[in-house]
Design a binder for this molecule. Structure first.
Ligand code: NAP
Length: 280
């Protein structure tokens, strides 16, 4: 029987104690992913983030250090397995075994399938799906085993077919299956793998791309809890999944969405901008 280390129960202001833990967040320099990185830094963890834009990486790492712990930033594209491996190896070298690994990098744009080129489709599959495989697979070699928690950031499009989102629907559905298979294969190492499915989240690049201000109030009227989510709503779930309080949870797809998934597949973007005359 493998011994799973039990972290101390002493708390930080977040209600969690991740002091002595190492956290890596891919795409962790803005929006939801940065919010997760920041929550872990606040909870005492040493956090590393990775994304493509050097300035964004530098700014994110500096903000994380304000919580008083070491933080690292790596410039890299999740589509490049070697760059991913280098970032993870660098984190491992500086901070030791990785306790929590978050895969959050994603790309998105609104377009009907008829207007999406092979390259456009492939770019989203490469970032969201192949990129996540790179992060989790390369990450495995640097994880605390037993005990690590892996968290994918999925999206409602993984379950609900959404017009103008064929590329994202395909990529995120694949990502959910990667999560489930790895939960099966890596469970015996006491490595947990789960996905968070955020609903529409305020103050993020993702929501800004998909929804106008008018659209936003229409969406809020449909969400059972009558508000869009916050970055903190998602960070809270990520802290829980990374903690020993979630030690029996693996292979789960967890919506944090004010209940909007109960209503099925209506997309944030509404209906495609095609009139019946234009339809084939
Ligand atoms: P965001 O603010 O647009 O941030 C995306 C991050 O990913 C950025 O830090 C970006 O930095 C990085 N990134 C993009 N492509 C990358 C690549 N190829 N390699 C490495 N890093 C890359 O995103 P968000 O809206 O907060 O969304 C975060 C996650 O939540 C995504 O997985 C998204 O699908 C999911 N989600 C969001 C919402 C929402 O309402 N926003 C709803 C459901 C699901 P660089 O540009 O520097 O690379």
């Amino acid at each position: 029987m493998l011994e799973v280390p039990q972290p101390s129960r002493e708390m930080t202001p977040t209600g969690y104690d991740f002091r002595g833990s190492t956290v890596f967040v891919s795409g962790g320099t803005s929006g939801i992913n940065f919010g997760i990185a920041d929550a872990y830094a606040k909870a005492g963890a040493r956090v590393a983030v990775m994304s493509r834009n050097a300035e964004r990486v530098e700014t994110a790492a500096a903000k994380l250090r304000r919580h008083g712990n070491e933080a690292l930033g790596f410039v890299g594209d999740v589509r490049d397995m070697e760059a991913v491996r280098r970032s993870l190896a660098g984190t491992h070298e500086e901070f030791g075994e990785i306790d929590v690994l978050v895969s959050g990098a994603a790309g998105n744009f609104l377009a009907p399938a008829l207007d999406i080129s092979s390259n456009g489709f492939r770019a989203v599959i490469d970032i969201d799906l192949v990129g996540t495989f790179h992060v989790l697979r390369a990450g495995f070699d640097f994880l605390r085993r037993p005990g690590a928690s892996l968290i994918n950031i999925s999206a409602p499009q993984s379950t609900f077919p959404s017009p103008m989102q064929v590329h994202v629907c395909a990529a995120k559905a694949g990502l959910d299956q990667v999560m489930r298979v790895l939960a099966l294969e890596w469970g015996p190492y006491h490595v947990r793998v789960n996905s968070i499915v955020p609903g529409p989240i305020a103050d993020t690049g993702g929501l800004a791309k998909l929804v106008s201000d008018t659209e936003r109030s229409r969406i809020e009227g449909r969400i059972p809890l009558r508000r869009v989510g916050t970055i903190d709503d998602i960070a809270e779930m990520a802290l829980f999944l990374g903690s020993e309080r979630a030690s029996y949870i693996t292979g789960a797809l967890i919506p944090v969405d004010g209940g909007i998934s109960l209503l099925g597949g209506r997309n944030y973007a509404g209906e495609p901008e095609q009139t019946p005359q234009e339809m084939p």
